[in-house]
Design a protein around this ligand. Structure first.
Ligand SMILES: [Zn+2]
Length: 413
């Protein structure tokens, strides 16, 4: 088949677009094809070329991008976007000099979110989350990962995952993650092993039976769960063929990343305190490093993740908002791209890869989305900018002119 016959089969053809394909096989920064064309058929990318290679084209719909840049739709691979209430009052209390301990003793912190999430009905939880999600969609997100972990009991964990699954109604791809091992619920105070029993023996089997989770996650930290407890969670996940991920090495080095690598985890996330052995283990296992500059910023941390070591050993680096009501109440993926550059020393190209190609890899979706490549889902974002680095450079409103998911535009007012 010659190139010039093929365009006739398109549902939509985008012309005069600068394509930041993020395809590592294209030998140009951002995998760029300047002055290009991209064709879509049945929701998939079926044509990519320079405009000059596109001769007699016809299509249902031809859209002239007038020199705008097109990137893959953004992939936010780590969020806790489903939650009840918010913690703005605690934020204010702290700035008025009230200590963390005093706030926690008064029922604040993560347990206040657990309480609010348990009390909220499913419909309200969906509505609140869906409203938050709009910010992400306006900034070009076409795939989002959503964790549970504010229920810490069976009914609320199930409710959160059902709400997360329902977000697909908002025209976005959703990957759900069961995070029962997020924190110790108040009714299990001083009995963490009993709670891990509940997670492993009851919650994971039930959630697997209901097919509510695409992965299982945990929080390995002094203030949360030990590597031995997380190992039990991972073994239970393995029994049900669920891939694992881990909040690891955020506040101290527990060896969580190594443990995650041992289980072939999709990703280990945060990683400010990871050591060289941990990085090597991740490289060997092909585990993605998901870095979360929003939480680093919000918690005023000073220990940065070892970006140079990840580069040295070839560990792919993804970026995500970590949107949550405590340590990262951030609904702006583009702000995260900026923070990765300014706080962690990412190049703009690494940052954009972190929220497209590598973010998709962290969700086990690298053959489906994350680059502009033939055969992949037509998940696209079109930006009125003159260079892709602008996506990392501006702090403010670089709104997407156009967002396409599976080949379709949809308004999300
Ligand atoms: Zn998190």
């Amino acid at each position: 088949m010659t190139q010039k016959n093929k365009p006739l089969e398109f549902d939509t053809l985008f012309i005069n677009a600068n394509l930041a394909t993020m395809d590592p096989n294209i030998d140009a920064p951002y995998g760029a094809i300047e002055n290009g064309a991209l064709g879509v058929k049945d929701g998939r990318i079926t044509w990519i070329s320079k405009m000059c290679d596109l001769l007699d084209f016809e299509g249902e719909e031809i859209l002239d991008c007038e020199g705008d840049w097109m990137t893959p739709g953004l992939v936010d691979c780590h969020t806790h976007i489903v939650f009840g209430g918010n913690r703005a009052q605690e934020f204010e209390q702290r700035l008025n000099g009230v200590s963390y301990a005093e706030i926690a003793n008064a029922g604040g912190g993560i347990l206040s979110t657990v309480k609010a999430t348990r009390e909220m009905n499913s419909q309200d939880l969906y509505q609140e989350t869906s409203t938050r999600l709009i910010d992400f969609l306006y900034q070009g997100v076409t795939t989002i990962e959503v964790k549970s972990g504010y229920g810490l009991d069976m009914p609320t964990e199930i409710k959160m995952l059902e709400v997360a699954r329902r977000l697909t109604e908002d025209h976005v791809r959703v990957r759900t993650t069961f995070l029962g091992a997020h924190a110790l619920p108040p009714e299990y105070k001083d009995r963490p092993d009993d709670y891990i029993d509940l997670v492993c023996d009851e919650m994971i089997p039930k959630i697997a039976e209901l097919d509510l989770a695409d992965a299982v996650d945990g929080f390995c930290e002094n203030m949360a769960f030990s590597p031995a407890q997380i190992r039990r969670v991972f073994e239970a996940a393995k029994k049900y063929a669920l891939p694992v991920k881990l909040h690891a090495e955020q506040l101290s080095n527990q060896g969580g990343a190594k443990l995650a690598a041992e289980f072939g985890a999709l990703s280990a996330d945060h990683l400010e305190y990871i050591d060289e052995d941990g990085v090597k283990a991740m490289a060997k296992a092909g585990t993605v490093a998901v870095l979360l500059p929003g939480a680093f910023y919000y918690l005023k941390e000073t220990q940065k993740p070892p970006v140079d070591l990840f580069r040295k050993y070839g560990v792919p680096m993804a970026l995500a908002t970590d949107c949550n009501p405590g340590s990262s109440p951030i609904t702006s993926p583009l702000l995260i791209l900026n923070m990765a550059c300014t706080l962690f020393g990412f190049t703009p190209e690494e940052a954009l890869a972190g929220m497209t190609r590598v973010g998709a890899q962290a969700l086990g979706l690298k053959t489906e989305t994350g680059t502009l490549e033939m055969g992949k889902s037509a998940d696209l974002a079109i930006w009125g900018i003159e260079h892709p680095a602008e996506l990392c450079y501006w702090v403010g409103d670089v709104a997407t002119g156009y967002r396409i998911f599976k080949g379709e535009d949809k308004k999300y007012e």
